[in-house]
Every structure is written in C-alpha cells, then in structure tokens.
Design a protein. Structure first.
Length: 85
C-alpha cells in the first residue's frame, strides 16, 4: 500500500471493509484471500495466485477475441460478481 494511503484513516477503514468482503467471496473465477492485516503498518492483503495472461496483453497479442471466448469471459465475470456479498 502506498505510504500516503496507509496514513489516511478513512482509507484504512475502507480497506478493512474491503478485506472483510473479499474474505466472504469465493468461487471458480475469484482469487481467494490467503491472509490480510488491515491494522498492520502498512496494511496488506495477499490473495492466491491465479496463473494467466493479463486481458490487455492477450488482446494485444492475439487481436480481437472470437465471440465464444468473449461470452465465456463474460460468464466468468457474472459468476464472480454473484459471489460478492
């Protein structure tokens, strides 16, 4: 976390709420929270590693995706968002 943000009490409270929410979300299309400490100096959050290529890089290398791949990506996003409390 950027040092200036770590000193901002409002940001730290939001970060703590985000950590709590992230711990409740799990599914095939989300990175699970391994551990976190919102009260540490600096606060931190660690998630499971999800192998893959960043979306921007994949599109830059492969060009526009076929409709079927875009629909699969959209379905994964919907499933991930359904897991958000």
């Amino acid at each position: 976390m950027h040092p200036q943000l770590a000193e901002d009490a409002d940001f730290r409270r939001r970060f703590a709420r985000e950590v709590a929410a992230a711990r409740r979300v799990n599914g095939a299309f989300t990175a699970s929270v391994v551990d976190a400490d919102a009260d540490a100096s600096p606060p931190w959050l660690a998630t499971a590693y999800v192998p893959g290529v960043p979306l921007g890089e994949a599109v830059a290398e492969q060009g526009p995706w076929p409709v079927r791949a875009v629909l699969a990506l959209g379905a994964g996003l919907v499933e991930a968002l359904n897991g958000v409390p």
